[in-house]
Design a protein around this ligand. Structure first.
Ligand SMILES: [Zn+2]
Length: 150
């Protein structure tokens, strides 16, 4: 992937624009404590970019950055609940000294997901307060059942 700013047009390369957008969306879902499949998002973008660059080169003999138009697509689709299988819901404990004695305190939950498309692992930490306030608690579904439905 080419990562540069075109000096002639002063235009950002698609990679720079993409990385900025990706950082924003990642932050958004991190705040929501929801899984976001940034690896698939990157791979799909790379495919689109490779294709656009190849086509540009075929037309001009070089990659004309000024005319590269890449549809980044929908970022939010990489956070679709249907993308993921929840594998584990683990309690996170931390040692704390309370009234002179060491006690294990539950500080939150770590949810481990797997993306169905390519099997990427994604972990999401949910602080205990927010976990307890969740309307719908995460449910680990039988993965066999999911496969059979397809
Ligand atoms: Zn993935």
């Amino acid at each position: 992937m080419s990562d540069y700013i075109d000096l002639k047009s002063g235009k950002e390369s698609p990679v720079v624009t993409f990385n900025k957008k990706l950082a924003d969306v990642r932050q958004k879902y991190a705040k929501l404590h929801k899984p976001f499949d940034s690896t698939c998002c990157r791979l799909d973008f790379k495919d689109k970019l490779d294709y656009a660059e190849k086509e540009s080169e075929r037309r001009h003999g070089f990659i004309d950055l000024a005319e590269l138009k890449i549809d980044f697509g929908e970022f939010d689709k990489y956070a679709d609940e249907d993308r993921f299988v929840l594998l584990e819901d683990q309690e996170d404990v931390q040692d704390k000294v309370i009234e002179g004695s060491r006690t294990q305190v539950l500080i939150g939950h770590t949810l481990s997901y797997k993306c169905k498309a390519r099997g990427h692992g994604i972990s999401v930490f949910i602080p205990i307060k927010e976990y307890n306030e969740m309307q719908k608690k995460p449910v680990i579904k039988d993965t066999k059942e999911i496969k059979e439905k397809k």
